[in-house]
Design a protein around this ligand. Structure first.
Ligand code: FAD
Length: 318
């Protein structure tokens, strides 16, 4: 059978799991194997209804008194337990931060290879897979060995399609977890302000890079973003400096954005940054260096000091 890890946060389904299920269903059908799934944490039990029509024969609900919130090693140990007891041919998860993290732990503990961010698979021995590498700038053809095969499915590459069929049969499982599995777990949550436009949804993103110079230097960028109902993003140089939180980072190891307009201020345009904003319809670069790489990607550019240019734009809009 093929085993799919369903990602949820305190009982709320991550929709990227539905894309992964579409992929997993195809893989199961090609090999004539049943598709089964697992949710970790008793609060995932309620997802059975939402997962009806996904072609899942059985939904394993892994419950344990200490599984109160996301804990990557505990989730991985749960998968290992199911690998040992249910002997799946392949284990899949969505290629999210959590999906990749849990399968990486699983792979390390089982001494198995993991193929992350797959977009296509041809089963056999070995599997032939195509996966996204280098922040989306290339597709890699590779072979995947090991038993079971471990892979994650690249987000937003396969549309989620529902199959027909009943709700899955629920199977309760208690994984043998211990202290080691809870060295890392979510212990506190900070809610973002609900009325604030997020980086992912914003139609205008004002991004700041090292050229902003300091945390305080972001004041004019914040002001501009507020005036145009946009959001502020930043480069990794900025998060490394501690000027902004990682949640604001745009790029390969940050958030992917797709605004109508991205105003990149004091950002050089490194490939790892540009993969995060390649969905932007228009890019306006503000940079003192006429040779900055971002200028070759920008639709518009102002060569100048952002500390003069941005306040001038703010004044003009006001
Ligand atoms: P710099 O490259 O230092 O550029 C600063 C720019 O500001 C320059 O072009 C300069 O001309 C301009 N400038 C300076 N002063 C002013 C001023 N007063 N007014 C106007 N312009 C000014 N980076 C990301 O951003 N996101 C990622 O997700 C990411 N992931 C990475 C993953 C890996 C594995 C690696 C190796 C790197 C990653 N990076 C990422 C880092 C990336 O390679 C760059 O180092 C980073 O993007 C540079 O940030 P920057 O453009 O702000 O700084």
């Amino acid at each position: 059978m093929i085993l799919a890890l369903i990602e949820h946060d305190r009982g709320t389904l991550n929709p990227l799991s539905l894309e992964m299920l579409t992929f997993a269903r195809g893989l199961a059908a090609e090999q004539n194997l049943p598709l089964e799934a697992v949710v970790v944490g008793g609060d995932g039990r309620g997802l059975a209804g939402e997962l009806a029509g996904q072609g899942i024969a059985r939904l394993h609900v892994a419950d344990h008194p200490r599984l109160t919130d996301y804990a990557p090693e505990a989730w991985a140990h749960t998968l290992l337990h199911l690998i040992e007891t249910e002997l799946p041919q392949a284990v899949l998860a969505a290629g999210t931060d959590r999906g990749n993290e849990v399968l990486a732990h699983t792979a390390a503990r089982a001494n198995l290879p993991l193929a992350a961010n797959c977009v296509a698979v041809q089963p056999g021995e070995p599997y032939h897979i195509t996966r996204i590498r280098w922040g989306g700038s290339l597709l890699e053809e590779a072979t995947l060995n090991g038993s079971p095969k471990l892979l994650t499915v690249a987000p937003h590459t396969i549309p989620a399609e529902a199959a027909s069929g009943p709700a899955p049969e629920l199977v309760s499982v208690t994984p043998p977890l211990d202290d080691r599995d809870f060295r890392v777990m979510v212990t506190a949550r900070e809610e973002t302000r609900g009325d604030k436009v997020t980086l992912v949804d914003a139609r205008v993103v004002v991004g700041g890079g090292r050229g902003v110079g300091s945390a305080a230097g972001f004041a004019s960028l914040d002001e501009l973003a507020a005036l145009v109902d946009g959001a502020v993003g930043c480069s990794r140089a900025v998060t490394n400096e501690g000027w902004r939180p990682h949640a604001d980072q745009v790029g390969q190891t940050g958030t992917r954005i797709a605004p109508d307009l991205y105003i990149a201020c004091g950002i050089s345009g490194a490939i790892q940054h540009m993969v995060g904003c390649k969905g932007a319809k228009h890019v306006l670069a503000v940079n003192t260096d006429p040779q900055a790489p971002i200028l070759s990607k920008a639709d518009y550019a102002v060569i100048g000091d952002l500390h003069e240019v941005i306040p001038a734009i703010v004044e003009e809009i006001k």
